[in-house]
Design a protein around this ligand. Sequence first.
Ligand code: SAM
Ligand code: DTB
Ligand code: SF4
Length: 316
Amino acid sequence: MIPPFSREYVRAFFDKPLLPLLDQARAVHVANHKDNEVQLCTLLSVKTGACQEDCAYCPQSSHYETNVQPEKMLDVNDVIASARRAKELGSTRFCMGAAWREVKEGPAFDRVVEMVKGVKDVGLEACVTLGMLNEAQAKRLADAGLDAYNHNLDTSREHYKSIIKTRTFDDRLRTLETVRKAGITVCSGGIIGMGESIDDRAEMLRTLANLTPQPESVPVNALVAVPGTPLADMPRVEPMELVRMIAVARILMPKSRVRLSAGREGMSREAQILCMLAGANSIFFGEKLLTTPNPSSDDDMALIRDAGLTAQAPSP
Ligand code: SAM
Ligand code: DTB
Ligand code: SF4
């Protein structure tokens, strides 16, 4: 079956028994990727907190009282120093996040452009996530050497309205189109554990998989429930649900890098390895995501070693 995929076709994967689903995902994975290889991406929040948007999962939204303190934007030199450290530890991609609703022209955006150039000079892939942006801004980022732009659909069109009121699902799709037109690769995925139904999960993956071309990378996040946000009391995602989500993403998007993203902290090594068996071949690497903890680099290196995986080699 080739895209565009129907609702029923995608939903059926969620009703399939887990072991045959894993067999199928694994076969797709082996046919399309270097087996045993995992991409390590380091995240850095370059502008933290005080965001105007009301995303119900997000500790950086100014609509909620959380323990995230808004911070001034980082200096370019500090970002470059972090990128160097990330490279020394074995990362090949450096992702910079800003708690913005959208990009605005001015000194802050100029600084982000300088950060992108600096990260490229260090010899890493550069990715940013800055909210909505226009064609001219995307072009400036592309000219600075940006490899990827992260902009998640987060959930299904249906469920989106109950998670975010300050922008629409169509705004999200429009930004992805703008990024694609500028020749930057697309990184787009979502979050599970926000009270969505299985149909919502299927629909989110279907929308991503029906984009042409498909996103080059697909982060699958498990909600990190942060006190003070409206989703603070959501139960923890059952790891098996993450495994299934990754397997379906792998089957529908054979060539994409599927990233086992937020939510690894506190997950067993076995569950993480099952996610990799299901087709995840990328992780966020380093003690911190944007504002919440992630497993330590030492623990992750041990996991990679013990599972007989190799970290993606830096490009020459
Ligand atoms: N402000 C920009 C935006 O929303 O596109 C970029 C930064 S935003 C923090 C990037 C992504 O992080 C969100 O789209 C969401 O998928 C993810 N995220 C944020 N808070 C999260 C949480 N508590 N648990 C899991 N994922 C989260
Ligand atoms: C993505 O899909 N997950 C990352 C990255 N893209 C920007 C962010 C996860 C954030 C988790 C909550 C936090 O640390 O603030
Ligand atoms: Fe702002 Fe992004 Fe957080 Fe939404 S997810 S509140 S846009 S930083």
